[in-house]
Design a protein around this ligand. Structure first.
Ligand code: BG6
Length: 464
């Protein structure tokens, strides 16, 4: 009898393709460490780390410790030990069917006696062109039965046509209920709070329309550059990397109709309805930029890839007639910041009521107000109502977005994942910009690393 024969039926097996990649090292494995450290999954949960080359799990674990120490300042040895017990490496060539048969055998072995209850989660921590043959092999070798789920990392294609092709491929072998398209921004604490805030604070519902809202702006800036991911980023760029996925998803949950309940099906139905009514973007209003030194970093002097993008969108529903939606993102900027600001219409020069959802780094919600300044004169001053997570929840354990993503996939909750129809709707909206920007650098602005958000739209910034 092997040590795995007596596993309870409910302990899942997570198979990670691309275990040595950047995402696994920086996000997934540290998230799994936290999950194991807090014993959020059954003790005998298994993680199979798949790589093309032979791999020693101790190397991976050493890196996890470094990552965790860097972020948390402390690394629980017991958590690392549990992760080590759960983790095993598996060498596989995605083009070799025999390797998938071996993988299936290993899963059957781990399933044990009551095995057909044990769930198999296949996590594609690799680009879409790399997961295409893997999805095919999983399907052809029977690793797509009803207890199998496939988790896909973005980008979900590179444009409308490639997204459709990927969806068709995945659909050939897996039903939509088995597919989890990850958008880790939806799993960030304040992003999740958005719907709760809207549902349970009805004073805002009557204001949530074009009569009261002038503009909604979503900004996601990063100080980091592309961090050695030249191959990935050259094919992607800021529009595909952040706007198509994270920012459009955030826009949808900020403005979509309130779902009748918080079930996954209802959330997806309302989100899809909102996204499908967004009008195709006007490419002449879109701005793109590239930080100084980018071309040298990717060793491509001809690169036209944007590291900054700003997009203006309009919505077809009467409720949002004329409201400007602005999505703004860039790497190599002055600060790491993600925030959603709802600008309410002003009634006179001094009025201002902007509502801001601070997604990161300082999570919270603020409302700008004008009040009377203290004193004998009737003067006004600016102030804010401030809900600050850090101040309010000092003892609460911070849950990283990837911990939430992994836990939700294990408990089969699709609420925070993107559906195929949502993905197609977002590509359709951005396709005119992709077409205009393709293969030229006509209006690509250059900006200095450390530029403040907003300056790239400034005409003083050099246009190539
Ligand atoms: C990823 C992008 O989806 O999100 C990266 O591919 C980006 O380019 C990252 O750096 C940012 O995530 P976070 O959680 O650090 O804001």
């Amino acid at each position: 009898m092997t040590s795995t024969d007596n596993q309870p039926a409910d302990a899942p097996i997570l198979v990670i393709f691309g275990i040595t990649g950047d995402l696994s090292r920086r996000k997934l494995l540290p998230a799994l460490y936290h999950i194991f450290s807090q014993e959020l999954l059954p003790a005998n949960t298994k993680i199979i780390g798949v790589s093309r080359r032979p791999l020693d799990v101790n190397d991976l674990l050493g890196n996890v410790e470094l990552c965790v120490l860097e972020k948390d300042n402390v690394c629980d040895p017991e958590g690392i030990r549990r992760l080590k017990d759960a983790l095993e490496s598996f060498q596989l060539d995605p083009g070799n069917q025999a390797d998938f048969i071996r993988l299936k055998d290993r899963l059957t072995e781990l399933d044990g006696a009551n095995g057909d209850q044990r769930e198999h989660l296949f996590y594609m921590s690799i680009p879409p062109e790399a997961y295409t043959p893997i999805v095919e092999q999983l399907g052809k070798n029977g690793l797509n039965d009803r207890r199998s789920r496939v988790l896909l990392e973005k980008p979900f294609g590179y444009d409308s046509a490639s997204a459709q092709a990927l969806i068709t491929l995945v659909d050939t072998y897996f039903s939509e209920e088995q597919v989890y398209r990850i958008d880790h921004y939806l799993a960030k604490e304040t992003a999740q709070n958005l719907l709760t805030f809207r549902l349970y604070n009805p004073i805002f519902s009557s204001l949530w329309n074009a009569e009261h809202i002038e503009r909604v702006e979503i900004r996601a800036t990063e100080t980091i550059g592309i961090e050695g991911r030249a191959e990935f980023y050259e094919k992607t760029g800021a529009l595909r990397d952040l706007v198509q996925s994270h920012l459009l998803q955030l826009l949808a949950i900020t403005l979509m109709d309130l779902p009748a309940d918080m079930s996954s099906g209802e959330i997806h139905r309302t989100k899809q309805y909102f996204l499908e009514q967004l009008l195709p973007a006007d490419p002449n209003l879109a701005v793109r930029g590239q930080y100084d030194g980018y071309k040298q970093e990717v060793q491509n002097e001809a690169s036209t890839t944007e590291s900054y993008a700003r997009v203006h969108l309009k919505h077809g529903a009467e409720r949002w007639q004329g409201v400007d939606f602005v999505l703004d993102t860039g790497k190599g900027m002055a600060e790491k910041l993600t925030e959603i600001t709802v600008y309410f219409k002003t009634t006179h020069a001094h009025s201002s009521n902007n509502l801001t959802f601070n997604i990161q780094p300082n999570e919270g919600i603020t409302l700008d107000l004008i009040v009377k300044a203290p004193g004998i004169e009737n003067q006004t001053t600016h102030t804010t109502l401030d809900f600050d997570y850090q101040k309010l929840y000092t003892d609460t354990q911070h849950i990283d977005a990837y911990e939430r993503v992994l836990m939700d996939a294990v408990r089969a909750d699709q609420s925070l994942f993107s559906s195929d129809a949502e993905v197609l709707a977002t590509w359709r909206v951005l396709q005119p910009i992709l077409d205009k920007w393709s293969g030229n650098d006509d209006d690509l602005r250059r900006y200095a690393v450390g530029s403040a958000a907003g300056t790239i739209t400034d005409t003083s910034v050099h246009v190539n």
